[in-house]
Ligand binder design. Structure first.
Ligand code: GRF
Length: 192
């Protein structure tokens, strides 16, 4: 069994899609959720799926501590799902090519520090883009800059609001992130 940890900061809708997908999966299991905020919706997701949560409101910057937590829990892979902090370099070194992130735009556009949530979609609309989407990439030490493994393009409907565009993109993220992550982990396992 491959053991997966999710890092999240927000409402946890992607975490929920991941927990749903990997429930009763023969090869992969969501073992742990780490959350850097006390008021995040992802705690409800964890409760519903009976996944233990560790609050890292203080430890999020401490690479040694986070690596130790992941190792103690025998975690094989990490999925960022709406996680807003930079992953410390110790964790990236310990889990090289084994951490994925999802970003709600077509990187390298509309990414980087501070580009999250509705702000991303408002920027896409302000730039008058006809296409947006989401990106799944390997996590390295810079926000949103690791190797891209998957992008899904989505048409921007004329006159749509940022919050509606966010909902539209989110829905597609939920549909595809779990399966793309699984396929990527399978390919990593085949190589090792
Ligand atoms: C998603 O749009 C994801 O692309 C980004 O943050 C949002 C997460 O929302 N990284 P949620 O917490 O999964 O609902």
């Amino acid at each position: 069994m491959n053991r997966i940890a999710i890092f999240a900061s927000g409402k946890g809708s992607n975490a929920e899609a991941l927990c749903t997908h990997f429930s009763n999966h023969p090869d992969y299991k969501i073992e742990l959720i780490l959350c850097d905020r006390l008021d995040a919706g992802v705690y409800d997701v964890a409760r519903n799926f009976k996944v233990p949560v560790i609050s890292i409101t203080r430890g999020f910057n401490d690479g040694k501590y986070l690596t130790a937590v992941l190792k103690e829990n025998k975690i094989d892979f990490v999925l960022l799902a709406g996680y807003l902090r930079l992953v410390p370099s110790e964790v990236i070194a310990a889990y090289e090519n084994k951490i994925l992130n999802i970003h709600p735009a077509l990187l390298p556009d509309f990414g980087g520090k501070g580009m999250y949530g509705e702000k991303v979609h408002a920027a896409v609309i302000a730039a008058d883009k006809s296409e947006t989407g989401f990106t799944i990439h390997i996590v390295n030490a810079v926000y949103d800059e690791g190797k891209i493994i998957f992008q899904e393009k989505i048409k921007v409907p004329q006159g749509i609001s940022a919050s509606d565009l966010q909902m539209l993109v989110n829905k597609e993220e939920h549909r595809l992130y779990p399966a793309i992550a699984e396929k990527y982990f399978d390919s990593v396992n085949q190589k090792s």
